[in-house]
Design a protein. Structure first.
Lengths: 405, 226
C-alpha cells in the first residue's frame, strides 16, 4: 500500500492551496477543541482550588463518645423512659495511636501531607471584648500542611509555638489586636490560657478570617484536656479527584473512618459535571465540523478526479486501492490539521499563567489539560471516517463513463 | 497457424431499458490470434468502442460469451477482471488519458506499481527502456502536462506495454494527432507487435492507419461485416 500512500501524497501536494485551506480548517477545529479542553479543565481546577484547595481532602475524625446518660432506666419509676442523654457538640473522644497512623497514612500513594489536629471551640477575650472562636491545634512545622497559612499571612509568622496564637484578620480587627499583644482563650473544656498573637492571616474565607485561630498541638492539648491522641487527622492529596479511592485505601489500611471531601459536596460535583458536559458538547461540535469539512472537500476532489480514477481502474487498480488512496488522504489531512491545531493551541496557551498561579479576573486556561493527544487521535479518526463516503464513491466510479468525461 | 488469443461469440450489448433501449452489438463474434495486429473499422455508432470496452473487460456484455487465454471473462468477478486487465490487457485511448499530476515515467510504470504495491527498481528500469524506445529519453521525468500531444500518446503506448500484456486495445490512438505524430505512433506499435508478439486491436477511421495492420475487421450495425 506504499504506492497508494504515494498517490495520496501526490494528490494532496498537487493542489497545495486547496490542501492548505483544508488543513487550516481542520487545525482551527482542533485549536477550538484544545482551547475548550484547557478552559473547561482549567475552570474546574480553578473552582476546585478556590473551594476545596485549602481544605482537607480526606478527614478522619474521632468517634463521638457516647453521650452522658442523665436519667437511667432503672431510675425511672414509671418504666416509660429508656434513657435521657445529654446532647453535646464537644468531641471528647480521641484518635489514639496517632503516632502509628501518621506514617502509615503518609506512605499511601498520592498523600502529600498528614496533619494530626486537636480541634474545639472556645472564647477569646481581650478586655471587655469577647469572641466565640474555633480552635485548631496543629503540630509546629505543619501549619501549612492543609491550609496554606504561610501564603495567607498578612502580618507576622505562621510559625506556632508554646503560648502563641495565629488568627484571622477580621477577628484581630474586631478585638483590636496587634502582633505581640496578649489575649485570653478559654476552651469549651473550661481551661483558660493567655496567648501572644504571633501572626495574622487573611484567606478571603469569611468563616476562617472571622472566627478561627490556630495554636500549637501542645497548647490545644492543655486547652481541651487531652493528654494524648488527637481529635482529627486531615490529609492532603496530590490529586483532588483521587480522594474517594485513596480514602478507601486508608480505610482498608487503618480501619479508620476516612471521609473524602466529595462526601457532602454533591452540588459542587454536579456543577462541575454540568460544566464538563458543556465542554463535551462544544468539543463534539468542533469534531463534527472537522468531519463535515473533510468529507465535503474529499467528495469534491473525488468528483474532480473521476477521469483519473477511471484511468486507474482501467489500468488494473482495484476498488480497494482507490478506497485506500482517498482514506489515506483523509488520514493525512486529519494528521496534518491535528498536529498544526495542537501546536497552535499549545502556543496560544503558553502566555497564560500555570494552574497553580491562576488569578481572579483572568481566564483559567490550563495548558496541561489541552488533551493534545486525544484531539489529534480523534481528528485523525474523524477524518478517516469522513473520507470513507468519498472513497466509496470514488471506488464505484465506472471507468468507461469516467474516461469518456 | 497461431493459437487464438481471444474468442467472443454472439456478443450483444444493449444500453437502457424498455423503449429507450439501444442495442449496440447484435450478436457480434470475433476471434483474435496471438501476435495479430488488427484494425477495427466502421462508421461512428457501429459499436467499435463498445466492442473494445467489452474486450478490455471494462464492461460486461448483455449476453454472449467472451474468453481470453482460456479464461471465461463473462463469469468473472470485478476483482478477477481487475487483476486480469492489469496483467494481460493494455489500453491506448484517443485522448492519451495520462495522470496529470505524475511524470512521464510515473505514468508508464503505474500498472506495475499498482500490481506490486510500490515502484520497484525493475519497474523503473523497464519504464525508462520503454520511454527511450518511444523516443522520449529526454522527457522521462517531465510532468505529463508539459508534453506535446504526440509525446503524450507515446507515453500512453509505453504505459499500455508496461506489464507485457498479451493484448493491447487502442481506441483511435492517432485520432487526435497530426499526420507525422500519428505515423510515428503507428510505427512504434508495429515494431512492438513484430518484436514482442503483442496482439494489437486498433480502432480507427483512418484507412491509411488500417492499411498498416495485417488484418482489417469491419464492424457495421453491431456485427462484423468484413
Amino acid at each position: 500500500m506504499l504506492y497508494a500512500l504515494k498517490i495520496a501524497t501526490r494528490y494532496l501536494t498537487a493542489s497545495k492551496a486547496q490542501t492548505a485551506l483544508l488543513v487550516s480548517g481542520v487545525a482551527v477545529g482542533v485549536f477550538i477543541f484544545i482551547f475548550m479542553s484547557a478552559l473547561i479543565g482549567g475552570l474546574a481546577e480553578f473552582i476546585l482550588s478556590r473551594t476545596v484547595g485549602d481544605i482537607s481532602h480526606i478527614t478522619i475524625e474521632a468517634e463521638v463518645a457516647d453521650p452522658a446518660i442523665l436519667i437511667r432506666p432503672e431510675a425511672a419509676r414509671e418504666g416509660h423512659i429508656l434513657a435521657v442523654t445529654e446532647s453535646s457538640g464537644i468531641r471528647t473522644a480521641t484518635l489514639t495511636n496517632e503516632e502509628t497512623w501518621g506514617p502509615l497514612i503518609q506512605s499511601v500513594p498520592g498523600v502529600v501531607a498528614v496533619s494530626p489536629q486537636i480541634t474545639g471551640a472556645g472564647f477569646l477575650t481581650r478586655g471587655a471584648q469577647v469572641a466565640q472562636v474555633g480552635v485548631t491545634g496543629v503540630e509546629p512545622g505543619r501549619e501549612s500542611a492543609i491550609l496554606d497559612l504561610d501564603g495567607y499571612m498578612v502580618d507576622g509568622s505562621a510559625r506556632l509555638g508554646s503560648g502563641l496564637v495565629v488568627l484571622g484578620q477580621s477577628l484581630a480587627d474586631d478585638l483590636s489586636l496587634r502582633l505581640g499583644q496578649t489575649v485570653r482563650l478559654q476552651s469549651s473544656a473550661g481551661v483558660s490560657t493567655v496567648l501572644t498573637l504571633s501572626g495574622i492571616f487573611k484567606t478571603g474565607n469569611g468563616m476562617l478570617d472571622d472566627s478561627s485561630l490556630f495554636v500549637s498541638l501542645s497548647t490545644s492539648r492543655t486547652l481541651f484536656a487531652l493528654p494524648q491522641g488527637v481529635t482529627r487527622i486531615e490529609i492532603k492529596l496530590s490529586d483532588l479527584n483521587a480522594a474517594n479511592a485513596t480514602a478507601l485505601r486508608i480505610r482498608a489500611l487503618t480501619g479508620l473512618d476516612a471521609v473524602p471531601w466529595t462526601d457532602g459536596a454533591e452540588q459542587l460535583m454536579e456543577a462541575l459535571d454540568a460544566q464538563a458536559q458543556t465542554g463535551y458538547f462544544l468539543k463534539t461540535f468542533a469534531l463534527i465540523t472537522i468531519v463535515i469539512g473533510v468529507a465535503s472537500a474529499l467528495l469534491l476532489s473525488t468528483y474532480r478526479r473521476r477521469p483519473e480514477i477511471g484511468i486507474m481502474r482501467a489500468m488494473g487498480a482495484g476498488r480497494g486501492f482507490v478506497i485506500f488512496v482517498f482514506v489515506t488522504q483523509g488520514a493525512m489531512i486529519g494528521l496534518l490539521g491535528g498536529l498544526t491545531g495542537a501546536a497552535l493551541g499549545y502556543l496560544a496557551l503558553l502566555p497564560f499563567p500555570p494552574r497553580d498561579a491562576f488569578e481572579s479576573g483572568t481566564l483559567p486556561l490550563d495548558i496541561t489539560q489541552g488533551s493534545y493527544g486525544l484531539a489529534i487521535t480523534l481528528t485523525v479518526i474523524g477524518a478517516i471516517l469522513a473520507s470513507i463516503l468519498p472513497a466509496r464513491s470514488a471506488a464505484r466510479v465506472d471507468p468507461v463513463t469516467a474516461i469518456g468525461q | 497457424m497461431s493459437a487464438p488469443l481471444l474468442q467472443a461469440m454472439d456478443l450483444v450489448k444493449t444500453y437502457g431499458h424498455g423503449e429507450a433501449a439501444t442495442r449496440v452489438l447484435r450478436g457480434l463474434s470475433l476471434q483474435l490470434d496471438k501476435g495479430e495486429m488488427a484494425a477495427l473499422l466502421g462508421p461512428s455508432g457501429s459499436g467499435k468502442s463498445t466492442l473494445l470496452t467489452i474486450l478490455g473487460t471494462l464492461m460486461q456484455p448483455t449476453s454472449g460469451s467472451y474468453t481470453m487465454l482460456g479464461q471465461d471473462l463473462v463469469a468473472a468477478s470485478d476483482g478477477e477482471l481487475t487483476d486480469f486487465r492489469n496483467l494481460h490487457i493494455g489500453f491506448v485511448f484517443q485522448f492519451h488519458n495520462l495522470l496529470p499530476d505524475f511524470t512521464a515515467l510515473e505514468n508508464v510504470i503505474f500498472p506495475t506499481a499498482v500490481k506490486e504495491g510500490r515502484e520497484t527498481v525493475t519497474a523503473r528500469a523497464r519504464g525508462r527502456d520503454l520511454l527511450t524506445r518511444m523516443g522520449l529519453a529526454d522527457r522521462i521525468d517531465f510532468p505529463s502536462t508539459n508534453l506535446s500531444g504526440g509525446q503524450k500518446q507515446r507515453v500512453a503506448v509505453a504505459r499500455a506495454l508496461m506489464n507485457r500484456p498479451e493484448l493491447v486495445l487502442a481506441d483511435e490512438p492517432t485520432g487526435n494527432l497530426d499526420r507525422e505524430s500519428a505515423m510515428r505512433v503507428m510505427e512504434l506499435i508495429a515494431e512492438i507487435n513484430r518484436d514482442e508478439g503483442t496482439t494489437f486491436l486498433i480502432s480507427t477511421h483512418d484507412e491509411k492507419i488500417a492499411a498498416l495492420c495485417q488484418r482489417q475487421i469491419v464492424v457495421g450495425d453491431g456485427v462484423v461485416t468484413g
